[in-house]
Design a binder for this molecule. Structure first.
Ligand code: ADE
Ligand code: ZN
Length: 337
């Protein structure tokens, strides 16, 4: 391991873009399938991993939703979350804001509360075990309709105090943010933060809509914003955080290779970019590996790596005092290493 690799692993960081269902490793998929008596169309862990070759977002989503079918009980959701938090803690993650997709579960008859209670139990356990704090973000599946999203927001009511915000994910092209303008307005009225995937595969216009119609507090991916200089200026001036996911971008063929990833271009243009893992079980690496791969691929120096980690705290939904405390600890680490 290079000096920079070791420095990255110990660097305190927040993860802001992680789909918890995307942290389900094939081994755990088999374990849950067995204990729940669920059939999966794979004979072995190796066969599952071999199927993880994607040429676009939809290719991945098809297999990702199929994989989620093994999640049946609160215990499954808790165990999956704990497996993620154990790995995140080993990668220097001290705070995580995790997404979940309730509709993926309610549509197969798993009540909202099974997912929510299981994940919240895992989050409490991670704080007790690792001192790793976390927040929960409810994502609406954008390929479903507005009514379904409203129904999901209603189902969330009993847990609303434990949910920090709403997000928008799934198939981007053909499902612009405007489709969810009223749902996001309702979420805002409930005091929830708002984030949205935009500009991952979709055009810069979708990023404009996420800003102007959904009034997002944070932009997930946002890569294609770079095609629109006026949009870049708008994002930079407003201090909008972009949750960039380098290995995901390569695996889903949105970026040709890690060597041509635009993370440093984003930083040079004044964008508050962060590094995250998206769906680490499917894309070949958790957040530490994303930092190490992008640092290696783009020849980033320590300063750029530190900026990315600083941005992760600045872009979090933690209160100001907590952000300050995390930045002080980060500075102390940089000083000492
Ligand atoms: N759901 C899980 N991962 C996603 C991604 N990268 N884009 C959109 N929806 C997702
Ligand atoms: Zn994502």
């Amino acid at each position: 391991m290079s000096d920079l690799d070791a420095f990255i692993t110990g660097l305190p960081k927040a993860e802001l873009h992680l789909h918890i269902e995307g942290s389900l490793e094939p081994e755990q998929m088999f374990e849950f399938a067995r204990r729940n008596g669920v059939e999966i169309p794979f004979g072995s862990v190796e066969e599952v991993r071999a199927a993880y070759e994607f040429s676009n977002l939809q290719d991945f989503l098809d297999i990702y939703y199929a994989g989620a079918s093994v999640l049946q009980t609160e215990e499954d959701f808790r165990d999956m979350a704990m497996a993620y938090f154990d790995r995140a803690a080993a990668d220097g993650v001290v705070h995580a804001e995790i997404f979940f997709d309730p509709q993926t579960h309610t549509h197969r008859g798993i009540p909202f509360g099974v997912a929510a209670n299981g994940l919240l139990a895992g989050m409490a356990e991670a704080e007790a075990k690792h001192g790793l704090t976390s927040k929960l973000i409810l994502c609406f599946l954008r390929h479903l309709d507005e009514e379904d999203a409203f129904r999901t927001l209603e189902q969330a009511h009993p847990w609303i105090e434990q949910i920090t915000g709403v997000g928008l994910d799934s198939s981007e092209i053909g499902h612009p943010p405007s489709k969810f303008e009223r749902v996001f307005a309702a979420a805002a009225a409930m005091g929830l933060k708002r984030v949205a995937h935009a500009g991952e595969e979709g055009p810069p216009e979708y990023v404009h809509e996420a800003l102007d119609l959904l009034h997002i507090d944070r932009l997930d991916h946002g890569n294609r914003s770079l095609e629109d200089p006026a949009l870049v200026t708008k994002l930079a001036r407003s201090g909008m955080t972009l949750t960039v996911c380098p290995l995901s971008n390569v695996k889903l063929c949105n970026v040709a290779s890690i060597e041509v990833h635009p993370i440093d271009e984003m930083l040079r243009k004044g964008l508050r970019a962060t590094v995250n893992s998206d769906d680490p079980a499917y894309f070949g690496g958790y957040v530490g590996e994303n930092y190490r791969a992008i640092a290696r691929g783009r020849g980033l120096g320590r300063d750029e790596v530190v900026t990315l980690a600083r941005n992760s705290f600045l872009g979090s939904f933690l209160p100001d005092e907590a952000v300050t405390a995390h930045l002080e600890r980060l500075d102390a680490y940089v000083e000492a290493n």
